[in-house]
Ligand binder design. Structure first.
Ligand code: PLP
Length: 317
């Protein structure tokens, strides 16, 4: 006996909007992990948590702003079929754009300093992005200058999200990362620290947490000086300052030496099982510095990416 065909319900027009591709629905909602061993010696009332952003499908925190900047540009009609998304990126935002571009069928071109790690270049290429290299000696700022020249020469060809000046960068964290931290700590967070690259993470999470509880202390983390290279982080005093950065938000700032960041990266992978990148080491180093000065508190920081992209640097040998 044949079973009657199941009646397919008509799709209400509300649901007929273009749906986000499945892989892009996996962006955000990352785990918040309690640090258990590197925290030895802290007072009993102090807890330190870190948000594991390499759980995003493109492997870093930057999937979040990449997705929001592209979707909002589509909504506003600025990113139309045929235009190429182009931006300056030290790697992770580029991988985010390349992931979103691949899933949505959009072309992506990335301007990056030639000396970013081979793994980053290859991952961006794997997603189908075109790479344009800027002078390695000029760092992230050289990539910003070059992308501006390229876009000025062919404005009709490109959509330039400009992650350094685009409010959708920090809004991705305001609506996503910040809210998640609030919920995952049941509103108990007392201190938040994040490294400054574009400052999107710091600004978005910081604004959201302060809105929810003005007593939350937000602390920025930067390399100790312009010679300390911590991939993903900027030394603001000597860099092109992103327009989205408002220093008046921060309650305090901490400077980290590159060596201290690496020591912490190695401790995190061996003592906690957290295989993270360089800026994550800097963030946890700074978070522990804050935590050591507290009797009670819930300190939260961000682990922006995983360690696999850095193995060619040889630090894990
Ligand atoms: C590894 C890494 N850490 C930290 C950051 C800083 O994040 P934000 O740009 O939100 O300040 C970035 C940004 O690209 C990054 O790639």
């Amino acid at each position: 006996m044949s079973t009657p065909a199941r009646r397919i319900q008509p799709v209400p027009s509300f649901w007929r909007q273009p749906q986000r591709p499945a892989i892009l629905q996996q962006i955000g909602n990352t785990p918040l992990l309690k640090l258990e061993r590197v925290t030895a010696g802290l007072r009993r009332g102090v807890e330190v948590y870190a948000k594991a952003e390499w759980f995003n499908p493109g492997g870093s925190v930057k999937d979040r702003p990449a997705l929001r900047m592209i979707e909002q540009a589509e909504r506003r009609g600025e990113l139309v079929p045929g235009k190429v998304i182009i931006d300056a990126t030290s790697g992770n935002t580029g991988i985010g754009y390349a992931l979103v571009g691949a899933a949505k069928g959009l072309r992506v071109a990335l301007v990056m300093p030639e000396n970013v790690t081979a793994e980053r270049k290859q991952v961006a290429r794997a997603y189908g992005a075109d790479l344009i290299f800027s002078d390695p000696l000029e760092g992230a700022d050289g990539a910003i200058r070059l992308v501006r020249e390229i876009v000025a020469a062919h404005p009709e060809r490109y959509y330039y999200p400009n992650q350094y000046d685009n409010p959708d960068n920090w809004l991705a964290h305001y609506h996503g990362t910040g809210m998640e931290i609030w919920q995952q700590t049941q509103g108990r967070v007392t201190h938040f620290l994040a490294g400054l690259g574009t400052s999107g993470t710091f600004m978005g999470v910081g604004r959201r947490l302060k809105e929810l509880n003005p007593a939350v202390q937000v602390i920025s983390v930067e390399p100790a000086d312009e010679l300390q290279v911590i991939e993903g982080l900027k030394h603001m005093e000597t860099a092109i300052v992103p327009k989205i950065f408002d220093p008046s938000l921060k309650d305090d700032e901490l400077r980290v030496e590159a060596d201290a960041a690496w020591v912490m990266v190695r401790r995190l992978v061996r003592e906690e099982g957290l295989f993270v990148g360089f800026s994550a080491g800097a963030a946890v180093h700074a978070a522990l510095q804050v935590a050591r000065g507290l009797d009670h508190g819930v300190v939260v920081t961000i682990l922006p990416d995983g360690g696999a992209k850095y193995v060619s640097l040889g630090f894990f040998d």
